[in-house]
Design a protein around this ligand. Structure first.
Ligand code: TTP
Ligand code: MG
Length: 386
C-alpha cells in the first residue's frame, strides 16, 4: 500500500453527466452532447448512449443512425468550465500536487497526505464521495505506483470506478491490454508492431530493451519500459502548459498535398480542443515536417491576434507550409501546434469578420471530406459554438 501514491481522476461522460444533472429527466437516457448541426461531431455520449456504439468525435449524422432515440444537445462549454472549476477545487483540498490534464481529469500525488486523510484507498474513496456530494456527479479513480498505471487504472472500470494497481498486480493488469493503449503507440507504430505479431502488452515482453531500441529507436526503449509498468514522471502541478501540439507519423510517406492538408485539419482540431479545454489561446502557430530522409524543418508564425479555433490554426499552418514550399517531397511526419499561450478571455464580438472567409473554409472541408471521407474531418469550432 505504501507505494500507491499516484492517483488519476477522470469524470464520467463529463458533458453528458452535467446535462443529466441539470435536467433530471435525462437521467438513465442516451444523451449525446456535441454539434446538433448537420456537420457537428459528438463531444461525448452518456454511458446509456455508448451501448449503441456512439462515441466522442463521431459525426452526429452517424450517431443519429446508430441511436435515433438519443437526446441530442448542444455543447454548453461555460457551464462545463464552471463545474470543472468546482471539481478542481475539491481535488486541491487533498494535496497541492494536482496536475490538471484537461477539463475533467488530473493526476494527484498523495504521498504525505496520509496523516491527514488516511491511507491511499481511503483518500480515493473520500474524493469520490466529496465529488458526488458537492456536484452530484461521479468520478472514476485509478490508484497506482506511477502516472502511466494510474491513468490506465482510472479507465479500467468506468463509470464510477475505483481501480487499484499495486506493485504485485502490475504484470497481470498489463498482460492482455491492447498495445494501442500504451502512450506513444499510434496507428503507424501499432502497424509496425503488428508485423512482429505484437498486439498486446504481453507480446512485447520477450523482447529486450536493446532489440526494441535497435528497431524503433527511443520509442522502442520507451515501449519496453511502459510495457513493464515503469514510468518515472513526476506529478508537476505548477507546470504551466507552454504549448499544445499534435503530430502524426504516417504509415507510408505522403506526397499528396490534399491528403496532407486533410491530416493537418484533423490535427488542428485536436490542438484547438485542448486549448479550449484549458481556456487557452496562443500567439504563435508552428509546424513541424519530417521528410522520408528524416530531415526535419520547423516554421512558425505569430499573427496579430492570439488563436484558438481549429480554422485559424489550420489556415496559418497551411500558409506556413505553402509559402515555404514544404510539400515538395514525400512527408513522413507532420505536426502542428500553438505556443506563447495566454488565458482565453470572454469572446469579443468581432465586427470586422469577413463572412465569406468561413464559406470558403466550408468548401475546402467539404472537398476534403468528399475526397477522403475522413470521419474526423469536422469542425471543432462547432463543439463550442453550436
Ligand atoms: P473524456 O474524459 O475523454 O470523456 P468523458 O468524460 O465524456 O467520458 P469518460 O467517462 O470516458 O471519461 O473527455 C472529457 C470531456 O471532453 C467530454 O465529456 C467531452 C469533451 N470531449 C470533446 O469535446 N471531444 C472529444 O473528442 C473528447 C474525447 C472529449
Ligand atoms: Mg472523462
Amino acid at each position: 500500500m505504501k507505494n500507491l501514491q499516484i492517483l488519476h481522476a477522470d469524470m464520467d461522460a463529463f458533458f453528458s453527466s452535467v446535462e443529466q444533472r441539470e435536467n433530471p429527466e435525462l437521467k438513465g437516457k442516451p444523451v449525446i452532447v456535441g454539434g446538433v448541426s448537420r456537420r457537428g461531431v459528438v463531444a461525448t455520449a452518456s454511458y446509456e448512449a455508448r451501448k449503441f456504439g456512439v462515441h466522442s468525435a463521431m459525426p452526429v449524422a452517424q450517431a443519429r443512425k446508430l441511436c435515433p432515440q438519443g437526446i441530442y444537445l448542444p455543447s454548453r462549454h461555460q457551464l462545463y468550465q464552471q463545474v470543472s472549476r468546482e471539481i478542481f477545487s475539491i481535488l486541491d483540498k487533498y494535496t497541492p500536487l494536482v496536475e490538471k490534464l484537461s477539463i475533467d481529469e488530473a493526476f494527484l500525488d498523495i504521498k504525505g497526505c496520509e496523516r491527514l486523510y488516511g491511507n491511499p484507498v481511503k483518500i480515493a474513496k473520500l474524493i469520490k464521495a466529496d465529488v458526488k456530494q458537492q456536484t452530484e456527479l461521479t468520478i472514476s479513480i485509478g490508484l497506482s505506483i506511477n502516472k502511466f498505471l494510474a491513468k490506465l487504472a482510472s479507465d479500467y472500470d468506468k463509470p464510477d470506478g475505483l481501480t487499484i494497481v499495486n506493485a504485485n498486480s502490475v504484470k497481470s493488469f498489463l498482460a492482455d491490454l491492447d498495445i494501442k493503449k500504451i502512450w506513444g503507440v499510434g496507428d503507424a507504430f501499432a502497424a509496425q508492431l503488428a508485423q512482429l505479431n505484437i498486439f498486446k502488452v504481453r507480446d512485447v515482453w520477450p523482447y529486450s530493451q536493446e532489440e526494441l531500441r535497435n528497431r524503433f529507436g527511443k520509442a522502442g526503449s520507451k515501449l519496453f519500459l511502459l510495457c513493464r509498468g515503469i514510468d518515472q514522471r513526476q506529478v508537476s502541478p505548477g507546470s504551466e502548459i507552454k504549448s499544445v501540439s499534435h503530430e502524426e507519423t504516417f504509415a507510408e510517406n505522403l506526397l499528396d498535398k490534399d491528403k496532407l492538408l486533410a491530416y493537418l485539419f484533423k490535427m488542428s482540431e485536436k490542438v484547438s480542443f485542448r486549448l479550449h479545454s484549458n481556456s487557452l489561446k496562443g500567439k504563435t502557430v508552428f509546424i513541424k515536417i519530417r521528410y522520408a530522409d528524416f530531415s526535419t524543418l520547423n516554421r512558425q508564425i505569430s499573427p496579430a491576434d492570439p488563436v484558438a479555433s481549429a480554422e485559424k490554426i489550420y489556415y496559418l499552418a497551411k500558409e506556413l507550409l505553402e509559402s515555404n514550399e514544404l510539400f515538395s517531397h514525400p512527408v513522413r511526419l507532420l505536426g502542428v501546434g500553438v505556443a506563447n499561450l495566454t488565458a482565453q478571455k470572454q469572446q469579443q464580438l468581432n465586427l470586422f469578420t469577413k463572412p465569406d472567409q468561413n464559406n470558403k473554409l466550408d468548401e475546402t472541408i467539404d472537398e476534403l471530406k468528399r475526397k477522403y471521407g475522413f470521419e474526423k474531418i469536422s469542425r471543432a469550432r462547432k463543439l463550442y459554438l453550436d
